[in-house]
Ligand binder design. Structure first.
Ligand code: HSE
Length: 305
């Protein structure tokens, strides 16, 4: 029997406005997985906080399915496992909860199947399953990055930049928004002119972030034309959060991933007052300070005591 595996897997915020399916940043909210070998022939799932109770405990569990898919790919058989899960990442809120679960499943298959996957290979597998790297890549590596998954070669390349020295505020609605529903409202095609404009906005945003010019980065982040104009009607609080954030000179307010969470990059000296204002004026959401994770997944092998 192998010793247990403990995983601490960060959340992520994708897009940062203009980096649709490409730019993402890891956030210090975690999915914890405690995994041990168990007797019997069916994996056991135990949920340590009630928000997870809606998830299946049988073979339709996403972690189970992905772990078995990877085991099959590498021709290994996983032992029967007991997986205990605790999550601080709210489900279906645009904070990468399913990407974190996917990454967890890869680490489980890698460890209990002794596959010896490198981080690069973990990223390739994760992106091939997810279709884009903007959540899985920061979850694996931590930090802020841009990435591209080439669907023909199935290769993913990522490039990291410094994490921004700003305060991060999350405004998390109480309702869920499924990624499929939030992607369904997007156009199938963009004109050449629009694609050129949005690419220019995105390139300028990234260069501004590299220069730590947060005013310019914020100006660009809020001019996205790839997804926000089509999605904002799904998030009634978005406009009000933007207006309040502008009052406190925030750099940018954007939809986090596919929503409905709203991400604000704030000036450090104003973030406390801004969060308190958001909390008191928008009672349908939970507004809070968040921090950027620069480490990625933490994997710990635990021996029996
Ligand atoms: N980039 C993705 C989207 C993130 O905005 O739909 C969620 O998978």
């Amino acid at each position: 029997m192998k010793p247990s595996l403990h995983l601490k897997i960060p959340a992520s915020t994708a897009n940062l406005g203009v980096g649709f399916d490409s730019i993402g940043m890891a956030i210090n909210k975690y999915l914890y997985l405690y995994v041990e070998e168990a007797e019997g022939s069916n994996w056991e799932f135990k949920y340590l906080n009630e928000e997870l109770d809606s998830l299946p405990k049988d073979k339709s569990n996403y972690v189970y399915k992905v772990a078995q898919q990877v085991a099959e790919k590498y021709n290994v058989t996983l032992p029967n496992l007991k997986v205990s899960m605790r999550s601080e990442i709210p489900l279906a809120r645009g904070l990468g909860s399913s990407a974190s679960a996917l990454v967890g499943a890869l680490y489980i298959a890698n460890y209990f199947g002794n596959i010896q996957l490198s981080k690069y290979e973990l990223l390739q597998l994760a992106t091939e399953i997810e279709g884009h790297p903007d959540n899985v890549a920061p979850t694996i590596y931590g930090g802020l990055l841009a990435g591209y998954y080439n669907p023909e070669t199935k290769e993913t390349n990522v490039a990291h930049i410094d994490i921004p020295d700003v305060d991060v505020i999350l405004t998390i609605p109480t309702y869920e928004l499924k990624t499929e529903d939030s992607r369904r409202v997007l156009p199938d095609n963009y004109s050449h002119e629009k694609a050129v404009q949005n690419s220019a906005i995105s390139n300028t945003m990234i260069c501004a972030l590299i220069q730590h010019n947060y005013d310019l980065a914020g100006k660009m982040m809020t001019q996205d034309g790839f997804h926000e104009p089509y999605r904002q009607h799904l998030i009634p609080e978005f406009e009000k959060v933007k207006v309040l954030s502008q009052k406190y000179d925030a750099y940018a307010t954007v939809i986090s991933g596919a929503g409905p969470t709203i991400l604000t990059l704030s000036r450090k000296e104003k973030s406390g007052e801004l969060v308190r204002t958001l909390k008191s004026e928008i009672t349908t959401c939970d507004s809070e300070h968040a921090t950027i994770n620069n480490v990625g997944v933490i994997e710990e092998v635990v021996y029996p005591s």
